[in-house]
Design a protein around this ligand. Structure first.
Ligand code: 3PG
Length: 400
């Protein structure tokens, strides 16, 4: 059932309680190093303001586990949002203190407040331990909008419990809708050939999505640290490479299921190995399955693999990519990720790229604006592909 949209709500003179995902990277001085997630919510925020509403924004930052940490304060996000909007954003030093409600009562159209980090309260992540937390949040708004796609896989007070207090008035924001459009509609009925690329260091966090993608895609290419668990499952030497022994059986099953009336798994045929994960470390290219020099570990896909992946991608009509293909933070080990990113930029296919690390890699490669959709979700993107929906989406009102 389609969900209510922000455009279905009457916003004039209404206080809009909006869940956003301002879980952005910050350096040691609290300077935001990538504000993509803040910018991504601007369309919904501006829409509310343009339609005569006021806003009470709520988000988490990091995983403070129910305790206050000044380093995880959302104050820098309020300042950044204020710069981006060119108007004052009030920062509330807590999210449920009684005096905040008093300030909200005085709100007029155009007013905006960002509440302090929801996860400073344990009840955010454990709604059943204190149901009054969601209720207190709900009192701030006449209507509720969820635009926090990145957190929609969490059943938390601000993503699911609070929506119950807004029957018929809990709607999806533009960012949430855009993610559903690309990850849901586009990938459910992809134009073919549909190629998926899955990288990143751990197979444990991605076996579900690989399994789901093998059912949808024509080819699933594997790179990054997780490739070495697949190599070990095949009995190949992996030297000192990262791997997860507990997932070898799952890797074997995935290899066996490849092509069985479903997508084909494509593993790297060569890899770059290095003595250390360090700038200037000795490195060389070896065949997958071939000997690895003593003390070396895998750090990137090799040139033969880049060519094989590129050849397969050339005819693709849809591409989904999650996770870098090597240790891209070190320029010498970023070649595979960069070359595949540049390949994607040349395609006329629908290209959907997700995952914080990979977004940083495609931004660094300078091709982000050549891609069709950059998903703001990490775990949310993977879970949406795996399960086809998320708790934060399900909690919203149905479009009647
Ligand atoms: C993310 O960065 O993936 C989201 O903000 C969710 O964060 P979490 O994994 O800490 O719930």
């Amino acid at each position: 059932m389609p969900k209510l949209s922000i455009t279905d709500l009457s916003l004039k003179d209404k206080k809009v309680l909006m869940r956003v995902d301002f879980n952005v990277p910050m350096d040691a001085e609290g300077i935001i190093t990538d504000d993509t997630r803040i910018r991504a919510t601007l369309p919904s925020i501006k829409y509310v303001l343009d339609h005569g509403g006021s806003l009470i924004l709520m988000s988490h930052l990091g995983r403070p586990d129910g305790k206050y940490y000044s380093k995880l304060s959302l104050r820098p996000c309020a300042n950044r949002l204020s710069q981006l909007l060119g108007r004052n954003v009030i920062f509330a030093p807590d999210c449920v203190r009684a005096d905040i409600g008093e300030v909200v009562k005085t709100f007029r159209p155009g007013h905006i407040m960002l509440l302090e980090n929801l996860r400073f309260h344990r009840a955010e992540e454990f709604p059943d331990e204190d149901k009054t937390f969601a209720e207190k949040l709900s009192k701030y708004g006449d209507v509720y909008v969820n635009d926090a796609f990145g957190t929609a896989h969490r059943s938390h007070s601000s993503t699911t419990s609070v929506a119950k207090y807004f029957p018929g008035k809990a709607a999806a924001g533009f960012l949430l809708e855009k993610e559903i459009k690309f990850l849901g509609d586009t990938l459910k009925k992809p134009k073919r050939p549909f190629c998926a690329i899955v990288g990143g260091s751990k197979i444990s966090s991605k076996c579900g999505v690989i399994e789901a993608l093998l059912k949808k895609a024509d080819i699933v290419m594997i790179g990054g640290g997780m490739a070495y668990t697949f190599f070990k499952a095949q009995g190949f030497p992996i030297g000192n490479s990262i791997h997860e022994d507990e997932f070898i059986e799952i890797a074997k099953e995935l290899i066996q299921s490849s092509g069985n009336g479903r997508g084909r798994l494509m593993l790297p045929s060569d890899i770059v190995v290095a003595k250390e994960i360090k700038v200037g470390a000795p490195m060389q290219v070896v065949k997958a399955g071939g000997a690895i020099p003593d003390g070396f570990e895998g750090v990137d896909i090799g040139p033969e693999t880049v060519k094989a992946f590129s050849d397969a991608l050339r005819s693709a009509a849809t591409v989904f990519w999650n996770g870098p293909l090597g240790v891209f933070e070190i320029p010498a080990f970023a070649k595979g990720t960069n070359e595949i990113a540049h390949m994607l930029a040349k395609l006329s296919a629908t290209t959907i790229v997700g995952g914080g690390d990979l977004l940083a890699a495609v931004q660094a490669a300078g091709i982000a604006d050549k891609l069709t959709h950059l998903s703001t979700g990490g775990g949310a993107t993977l879970e949406y592909i795996e399960y086809g929906t998320l708790p934060g989406i399900e909690a919203l009102s149905d479009k009647s």
